[in-house]
Write a protein that binds this ligand. Sequence first.
Ligand SMILES: [Fe+2]
Ligand SMILES: [Fe+2]
Length: 320
Amino acid sequence: MDPRAMAVETEREKLEPDLERIARASLKELGDIRIDDVLSFIDRGIEKMPSYMDLYRRWESQQWAVGDLDFSLDRQDWLDASEMDRKATLWSHRLFFNGEERVTSTLAPFVWAAPSPEVEIFLSTQMVDEARHTVFFERWWREVVGTEAKDLTGLLKEIRPDANEGYNELFYDRLPATSQRLASNPKDIDAFVEGITLYHIVIEATLALTGQRFELESMREMGTTDRGFYRGFTAIARDESRHVNFGIKVLQEAVREDAARFAPIIQKTLVECLPLISNTLDPPDPRYITDYGHTESEILQFAFESLNKRLRAIGINLAA
Ligand SMILES: [Fe+2]
Ligand SMILES: [Fe+2]
């Protein structure tokens, strides 16, 4: 055997067969996969933390294309949907679409501030992911909902979520401010730790994955897992689980290196963001949740339980 081939082989992480199936699933196969199984990547990653380059290699093998999705059944569902279904979907998808664009636009300073080349390489892959997620929602909006907007600027203006204070503070205030701090001083490691807490733990691990989990589960219950949206959104959740694993790893290493310095930064950021999380997940009409067999407290409970699991992995807790 060629020794070089062996060296490459040993670089690949070995996953359990059930995880390997999800890791390798094509867009079509993702239709047969449950969101909770995708999320198990994060929990299993906590037991056996992948390296930054393992996460990079997962990214290489988990490529997917928005252009490969077919939204024709989604469009038919939309035409047949009730007014309430449409309103509930638009509420959720405005938050996601706009959020994906916000996280795309603010990530570059994190790449610049990366404390090692491995971190820099992983974050570069994440920037491409977030751009793809934005394009996914643009295509869904144009082909399923329909719009007159000529370009993405116009469409984002049209869909921007209104009157959600928690959301506005997270995505239009805190996130760009943190990113600006990193851009102004890429050597500011405290700002980097605060930024990863906000971006990867608050926004991705707690808000986004909770929203994705409940929407994808509702689609599964309705038997619409063959839709373009289900497949693409599951691919997005698989990407997000890589991002969250990365964020946990960065913060776990920071706390192990200097708990007295970094743990208070993480805790303070979380405490300040907790009300913004509940506020963002609070729909303008409770029926957007209860009509689909869930309750707001169930969703918040899921969000905060996931957050607690991530915090245990990082090695900190939040005093009540
Ligand atoms: Fe994303
Ligand atoms: Fe992400």
